[in-house]
Design a binder for this molecule. Structure first.
Ligand code: ATP
Length: 382
């Protein structure tokens, strides 16, 4: 798939932009702070309804404006669809496909797929467990958009259950109104277990599917590595002890664990069991000396692992029969020459590759394609 046209209105630094695009490699070059990343961030936003740089949406709207609009014509198997999202910070966003409004913005997910590499990816390896959970969940939704609903439901259930745990915990300590709160808690336990089990089953399966691709990708990007060096393991918030990795048995296991940890949860006023507490453990080394990447790996190894995770996502999506748009945002400046060329060779065959770079020489030869110069609020074809 590829984007054949991008329109921005009050998105980041762009008051109004109309940009025709072509398949193949498209590079955006220009000095720092000119709006190169803003362009690719807009396309990636349509793929995930989230930004790789900020958690909230307010910064995506041009300072002084009330709303931003991102519109893109996306060509897949010769057919074009026009996707549009209106961002209204503090209010509901709206989405349209071919000018028809969608009941919910998240129904746009899956219509354009991107895999984005950026300097922020280092946080996949060095950051909090929540960064790695988000990586898995984003990929899960890209592959199966219905999980956007499961994920949103889980977050809502978790918030409500945490509020209830606080109230019930306080009531327990004051021993007033405890029975009612505990009865309501049982209902939320069921919601959390049912929705959490769906997420958990899917993440477990996803990690198994990703594993061979990560090993292979790491071997390619890290000089001298073998495909067994990089590994990943899903670590749930409690021992699964042979429970079948399917929604129904996992739901039972989650419910039993919630029961077991009830007192603890009431004391602390937070949910301690469920996929929001899980970790994706990344390791490097041979069987004898396998070490976690976080806290142990060198800067170069960490970078290679982060690249391997993105490349593995790309390979997995391709094995699903998809051809996602690849976005390489400022990554070449971070890599040494050998790694730069290796990455460029790997991605050069994608249907569309969007590259941003401050220094034109950072873009490897094999990615010599169409070039735009970004500066002074304009995007000009070279
Ligand atoms: N909401 C916003 N309203 C107005 N301007 C914004 C907004 N958000 C970001 N900008 C401006 O956009 C510019 C940053 O653009 P962008 O991140 O795309 O730069 P870049 O060309 O990729 O730079 P670099 O090469 O340093 O990565 C900054 O000058 C910033 O002030």
């Amino acid at each position: 798939m590829f984007v054949s046209h991008l329109s921005l209105h009050d998105f980041r630094s762009y008051a109004a932009l109309e940009l025709p695009l072509e398949p193949g490699v498209v590079a955006f070059v220009g000095r720092n702070g000119q709006g190169k990343t803003n362009l690719v961030e807009a396309i990636d936003y349509l793929s995930r309804l989230a930004s790789h740089r900020v958690a909230s949406e307010a910064p995506l709207v041009r300072a002084g404006a009330e709303q931003a609009v991102v519109r893109a014509a996306v060509v897949k198997d010769g057919r074009t669809a026009v996707l549009e999202v209106e961002l209204n910070p503090g209010r509901s966003n709206r989405a349209r496909v071919n000018r028809s409004p969608l009941p919910r913005p998240r129904e746009i997910l899956g219509l354009v797929r991107t895999v984005l590499f950026s300097p922020e990816d280092l946080s996949l390896v060095k950051g909090d467990p929540s960064d790695r959970r988000r990586f898995l969940d984003d990929l899960m939704v890209l592959r199966q958009p219905r999980f956007a609903g499961v994920r949103a439901d889980y977050d809502r259930i978790l918030r409500q259950r945490n509020t209830l745990l606080k109230t019930a915990g306080a009531a327990r300590r004051g021993s007033s109104g405890q029975d009612g709160a505990l009865a309501t808690l049982a209902t939320w336990d069921e919601h959390l277990a049912r929705t959490g089990a769906q997420l958990l089953a899917e993440r477990l399966q996803l990690v198994e599917m990703l594993r061979p691709y990560v090993g292979k990708a790491y071997e390619t990007v890290a000089r001298g590595a073998s495909r067994d060096d990089a590994d990943l393991e899903y670590r749930p918030s409690f021992a699964l002890d042979g429970v079948l990795p399917e929604p129904t048995p996992l739901e039972g296991a989650l419910l039993a664990e919630l029961e077991r940890r009830r007192r603890d949860e009431l004391d602390r006023g937070v949910s301690l069991v469920g996929p929001h507490r899980d970790e994706l453990l990344l390791t490097l080394g041979s069987a004898e000396t396998r070490l976690p990447v976080k806290g142990y790996a060198s800067h170069g190894e960490s970078w290679s692992f982060a690249l391997a995770l993105r490349l593995a996502s790309y390979d997995l999506l391709r094995s699903d029969g998809d051809d996602p748009i690849l976005i390489l945002d400022d990554v070449f400046a971070e890599l040494d020459t050998a790694r730069r060329h290796q990455l460029a060779e790997l991605v050069a065959g994608a249907e569309q590759v969007l590259v941003t770079a401050a220094v034109p020489a950072d873009v490897p030869e094999v990615l010599a394609g169409i070039r735009y110069v970004v500066g002074d609020g304009e995007v000009r074809r070279e």
